[in-house]
Design a protein around this ligand. Structure first.
Ligand SMILES: C=C(O[C@H]1C=CC=C(C(=O)O)[C@@H]1O)C(=O)O
Length: 369
């Protein structure tokens, strides 16, 4: 079944028509959305229905894929994690000097009091001969708790990733979001212990989100800080829930970008990123996912009591958006990977560099066989 669904998507790619194939965190279900024409559509105000793919730059419009055709299939049992080995890591050394310099520049502005935090990132281009569907299947096998996706639009390009970060989940007017920041590599059998730098870095994100949502929501609950695993990495996470009454666009505007991918205060951090990173982020650190999906929930039946049962059905509208992290762009036999990390007053440039190397490993390993 999965094979058939993926073959259908492959045909779509051969015809150069848009599609997205994805798996939600801790789920075995693959979802496919097929767009029947090659038109490039954008959201106006996030009131539309479809699959949204938004760039980091919130002034640039988000691509909207309408739900022309939807397919689903379950991942077959027994798909074992199968990481390849990689020797591409050594080549990253060339980028090291520039990145460490970027970290130092950010840290300097933090010392001067212009910024509290800034997230700096880099791109890394590698040869990639594997077919996209093969890479996607390796993502599925290795990142069970992530949102894994392969997205394509002929006028935009092909993107693929396995992100651990939820931007928001809504069901009717109930909202769940999270503050995710702080990184360390996993050591098998050990639980992580966190330094002050990571604790501060993540707390800033939680405080920012709570404040940004304050005027948009009611009944806000901020959970405890917990360690969560994403592949070979640990992060710190706080779940935040609330109820909102107004437009979803207000919530999205409040949450994108958070200091988990941009910085604090937001405007000078954004300016720093735009001016000093030596590449264009495009959709990395943007967001993607299902927007305003309508679902009928309740009892369904074909028997004579059907009419009666209809009374118990209810219509829900839900959205599930993820921050586009641990992702890459595929084009012309090359994969461009994107990795970054939060800089605070306690950042050590060498450690920040190593963090981006660790993050790139999670992606490089699904590229090599
Ligand atoms: C910007 C990235 O991660 C963010 C999310 C989790 C942890 C992060 C950190 O520890 O710096 C970043 O804020 C990335 O992975 O490219």
């Amino acid at each position: 079944m999965l094979f058939e669904v993926l073959r259908k998507v492959e045909e779509q790619l051969l015809k150069e028509l848009p599609f997205v194939v994805y798996k939600k965190p801790n789920s075995k279900r693959i979802h496919v959305i097929i767009q029947k024409d090659g038109k490039l559509r954008y959201t106006k105000d996030f009131s539309e229905i479809g699959f949204v793919f938004a760039p980091f730059d919130s002034h640039t419009p988000a691509v909207l894929m309408p739900l022309h055709e939807q397919l689903q299939a379950d991942i077959e049992e027994g798909t074992e994690p199968n990481f390849g080995s990689t020797n591409i890591l050594d080549e990253q050394e060339r980028e090291k000097e520039f990145h460490m310099d970027l970290v130092k520049k950010g840290a300097h502005l933090i010392e001067k009091g212009y910024l509290d935090k800034v997230v700096v990132s880099r791109e890394l281009e590698v040869d990639c001969q594997s077919p996209p569907f093969e890479i996607f299947q390796r993502l599925l096998a290795n990142y069970d708790s992530a949102f894994c996706y392969l997205w394509y639009h002929p006028k935009v390009g092909m993107w693929l990733g396995a992100t651990p970060e939820i931007l928001l989940r809504t069901t009717n007017n109930r909202l769940t979001t999270m503050s995710l920041a702080g990184t360390q590599t996993t050591v098998e059998g050990e639980t992580p212990s966190w330094g002050q730098k990571e604790v501060d870095e993540q707390r800033m994100v939680t405080e920012y989100i709570s404040k940004a949502l304050q005027n948009e929501v009611s009944q806000m609950k901020v959970g405890n800080v917990e360690s969560v695993r994403a592949g070979d990495l640990w992060h710190l996470r706080t779940k935040i829930t609330a109820v909102y009454q107004n437009d979803l666009s207000n919530i999205i505007r409040a949450l994108h970008p958070t200091p988990a991918v941009c910085g604090l205060p937001l405007p000078p951090a954004r300016k720093f990123i735009m001016e000093h990173e030596n590449y264009h982020r495009e959709y990395y650190t943007g967001f993607l996912g299902e927007l305003n999906i309508r679902q009928e929930i309740g009892r369904t039946s074909n028997d004579s009591r059907n009419q009666e049962n209809k009374a118990y059905r209810s219509l829900t509208t839900s959205s599930e958006l993820f921050v586009n992290l641990r992702c890459m762009k595929l084009a012309d036999g090359k994969a461009t990977l994107y990795v970054g990390g939060g800089i605070t007053k306690d950042s050590i440039p060498e450690n920040e560099w190593q963090e981006t190397v660790a993050k790139s490993k999670t992606l490089l390993r699904v590229l090599s066989i």
